[in-house]
Write a protein that binds this ligand. Structure first.
Ligand code: XLS
Ligand code: MG
Length: 343
């Protein structure tokens, strides 16, 4: 509903703390136990990778996968939770080592497309029609290894394949410019929407904008959101924060730059994000230093920061802003916004 926000996160946002330079530092928490945390943290929506719902899906028939996903749907119901979306995890299997849809190996490309169809089956069993597509390894480590024209055509064919497989699903592409690969083929919102516009059904392709991914591309997340909102294409968000150009940090929303966070909340609020049922997703990770018993505070904090920034955004008086804009006194406007943030 417009003006009211509901929040979601994925089971991967409660995690063991491994990073590229060190192993896990916290015990694994079972999926059921994680579900029990959602309401305590005041979240109602669950985001899924396909194998968060059906972990051994590669060993099951499609009928078995659907049956297993239906059992997960029952567990969601027991906890009063809703599945927001399902994303095919196309970056861990050995067959996706060189990408999924754009892999140079035809057998691997077929694996990625087949896996995506099974992901759609899981979404339907969980009672959601939204598929998120983070195109993880769809790019190159070295430029000469793939042809970017051919790769774009392959991505388009994969999207068409999914749209045709299920005439009701909608696909929200989650752009990211790098990591794990050196450069990806769909680095920004503009690329995602341009690709969607060329599919068999552009009305069913939109975006999931993640704050950190926009920042890594040198862009302002709220402007990326505005671009998608103006096209009616912002179907979910992954809010978080990022301290400069380094690995994807998934920091607590607003933890690095409160003003940048304020502007994301503001653009969402002012353009009635949520009125078509869109969720506020928080793709945040606890710091590795965090002890196990307090390793969900990043979720609690991110939600709270969103709501406090919402209050600040709504306390900005439009007539005052209009006056300063009318005078072109942007120094005064800057101080007005900063003053509210520092109050
Ligand atoms: C990775 C992405 C990922 C997606 C879901 O950088 O943020 O976690 O959100 O597949
Ligand atoms: Mg994300």
């Amino acid at each position: 509903m417009a003006g009211e926000f509901r929040f979601s996160f994925g089971p991967w946002n409660i995690h063991e703390g491994a990073d590229p330079f060190g192993p896990t530092v916290r015990e694994s928490i079972g999926f059921n136990q994680k579900l029990a945390e959602y309401k305590k943290l005041k979240f109602d929506g669950v985001q899924f990778h396909d194998d968060d719902a059906v972990p051994n899906m590669n060993e099951l028939t499609s009928a078995q996968i659907i049956q297993a996903a239906k059992a997960v749907k029952k567990r969601l119901d027991d906890h009063g939770l809703t599945a927001e979306f399902v994303a095919p995890r196309l970056w861990e299997d050995p067959r996706t080592v060189d990408g999924g849809y754009t892999s140079n190996d035809p057998a691997c490309r077929e694996y990625a497309r087949e896996r995506s169809r099974r992901c759609i089956d899981i979404a339907r069993a969980l009672d959601t029609k939204l598929i998120v597509l983070w195109l993880s390894r769809e790019g190159t480590y070295i430029r000469e290894s793939k042809d970017s024209v051919l790769a774009t055509e392959r991505l388009l064919a994969a999207l068409n394949d999914m749209l045709e497989y299920d005439p009701e699903i909608r696909i929200a592409i989650e752009p990211k410019p790098n990591e794990p690969v050196d450069h990806t083929y769909i680095p920004t919102t503009g690329h995602a929407l341009a690709l969607g516009a060329r599919t068999v059904d552009p009305s069913r392709v939109g975006v999931n904008i993640e704050s950190a991914h926009a920042i890594l591309a040198g862009l302002d997340p709220s402007d990326e959101m505005g671009f998608a909102l103006s096209a009616g294409k912002l179907w979910t968000v992954h809010l978080n924060d990022q301290n400069g150009l380094k690995f994807d940090q998934d920091k607590t929303f607003g933890a690095v730059d409160l003003r940048r966070a304020l502007n994301q909340v503001r653009i969402l609020d002012q353009h009635e994000y949520g009125k078509n049922g869109e969720w506020v997703g928080l793709d945040v990770k606890a710091m590795r230093t965090q002890k196990a018993e307090v390793a969900t505070k990043h979720l609690r904090n991110s939600r709270e920061i969103f709501l406090r920034l919402l209050e600040i955004s709504r306390s900005l008086k439009q007539t005052d802003i209009d006056g300063m804009v009318g005078e072109r006194d942007y120094e005064e406007l800057e101080m007005y916004v900063l003053g509210k943030l520092m109050a």
